[in-house]
Design a protein around this ligand. Structure first.
Ligand code: PEP
Ligand code: MN
Length: 450
């Protein structure tokens, strides 16, 4: 007889976060639909399964050991309207292309993950936004309120969590179909290139795709079996900011009887909500998922060690990922002390660079942007620091899209501010466009193959 799995409703400790300071939380507990929304979310099917989450932990353990590389990318803030087949396939395709560049260039397996299917809530530096003489609550991602600047749209509405859940479900469904249904077949490397071969990064990709093609044809002639090329593992992760949502989607796994966050495989804690005694660290410390933590320029080695104690007390391989976002100006100076403290203690987290969030600037015109040169410089700094310390630079986390947007300045086919009026689409932070994403992948592949 099997023991019935305990319900997540009364599993010990899963509500302790409610007694902690909850940073960046929406004001919606008094909303008339709050209780019924949570009740509904408590009952919906999981978006990801515990076995997949465990598999990801194993994959990330290989990254921590220096045997694989971790690639994560997607929008800063996903939108409900943006969950279309075209946009999702564009992002997945771009990530697959980046992964091919990395795998081929570095001869390392790549753990692929979208910043997708759940990235609908945003921390903000200010609770309020003023335009002209009107002040309203800030936009916090479509799972909380609307982007339109009017009072009705900016109300924190718990019903949006349900739309977020269903949009995540349909996004994941399409990702699963793409990555297992033939779209990700490595023999289609050329087809992912979207046909802009005139551009420097595309031309470079084309010539690499030709080499892969030759290698594949050679192996086919030798009678090789291509099952491993037909499908690919692809995981989903997002910032676990909305604890009401994450708690409601926590399930107890029937095999292990342990709690798993089932809103995504990988959950991370943002730079603004990583206080040790805060609610986010508490809830995520109790889930079995691989956990990420963003570390900004104010982080000390001691902070990192305490986060390890809180989130990964057993030093479990693949459990903890530090996502470093120091800014190009800071990384060479500030990262070494953190790595030395952490690795000196015997801990082996996955080290990932987020070269986006420390390099955001606002232009006089009001646009938020990033200079591609700063992004590149931070990536270089990340690799240089790891090379000098002998630690493993395990991954990259980028805000990117498969579309030809103009949001980050520069690149080898440079984006200028004059294109922003027509091609700046993000609701939150500026993303690398398709070509800039590929360029970053080539840069990283060069470092990894050194
Ligand atoms: C983000 O990833 O969009 C974000 C807000 O990052 P950070 O927590 O590093 O500022
Ligand atoms: Mn962002």
């Amino acid at each position: 007889m099997t023991t019935p799995s305990p319900s997540a409703a009364n599993y010990p400790g899963l509500d302790e976060w409610r007694n902690r300071t909850i940073g960046q939380h929406p004001q919606w507990a008094e909303h008339p639909d709050f209780a019924s929304t949570i009740e509904e979310l408590n009952a919906v099917p999981p978006l990801v399964f515990a076995g997949e989450v465990d598999l990801l932990r194993e994959r990330l353990a290989s990254v921590a050991a220096g045997e694989a590389f971790f690639l994560q990318g997607g929008d800063c803030a996903e939108t409900f309207a943006g969950a279309t087949a075209d946009k999702i396939s564009g992002r997945v395709q771009t990530l697959l292309q980046m992964a091919v560049v990395l795998t081929y260039g570095a001869s390392l397996p790549v753990v692929k993950m979208g910043r997708m299917a759940g990235q609908f809530s945003k921390p903000r530096s200010s609770n309020l936004e003023t335009r002209g003489d009107q002040t309203l609550p800030s936009f916090r991602g479509e799972m909380v309120n609307g982007f339109d600047f009017n009072e009705a749209s900016r109300v924190h509405d718990p019903n949006r969590m349900l739309r977020g859940y269903h949009t995540s479900a349909s996004t994941l469904n399409l990702i699963r179909a793409f990555t297992t249904g033939g779209f990700a077949d490595l023999r289609r490397v050329h087809a992912w290139n979207m046909g802009f071969a005139a551009n420097p990064a595309y031309a470079r990709y084309e010539s690499m795709a030709r080499e892969i093609d030759h290698a594949v044809k050679f192996m086919a002639a030798c009678g090789a079996d291509f099952d491993a090329l037909k499908t690919t593992e692809f995981f989903a992760g997002h910032e676990a900011l909305l604890l009401d949502y994450e708690r409601a989607l926590t399930r107890i796994d029937s095999r292990t009887h342990l709690p798993y966050g089932t809103s995504g495989h990988f959950l991370w804690i943002g730079e603004r909500t990583r206080e040790l005694d805060g609610a986010h660290v508490d809830l995520l410390s109790r889930l079995r998922n691989p956990i990420g933590v963003k570390l900004g320029p104010s982080t000390t080695g001691e902070d990192a060690l305490r986060l390890i104690d809180a989130l990964d007390p057993n030093r479990e391989p693949g459990r903890l990922t530090f996502i470093i976002r120091m800014g190009a100006k800071n990384i060479r100076e500030k990262l070494p002390a953190i790595i030395q403290a952490v690795e000196g203690s015997g801990a082996k987290p996955v080290w990932v660079t987020d070269p986006m969030h420390g390099n955001t600037v606002s232009l006089p015109s009001g646009y938020k942007t990033r200079n591609f040169d700063d992004v590149v410089d931070e990536v270089r700094g990340f690799f240089e620091v790891h090379q000098s310390l002998g630690s493993f630079p395990g991954g990259i986390h980028v805000e990117m899209t498969g579309d030809d947007v103009a949001e980050c300045l520069g690149g080898s086919d440079p984006v200028n501010e004059s294109s922003f009026a027509e091609r700046y689409e993000t609701l939150c932070d500026p993303r690398l466009n398709h070509m800039q994403s590929l360029e970053i992948a080539f840069l990283v592949a060069e470092y990894l193959s050194k």
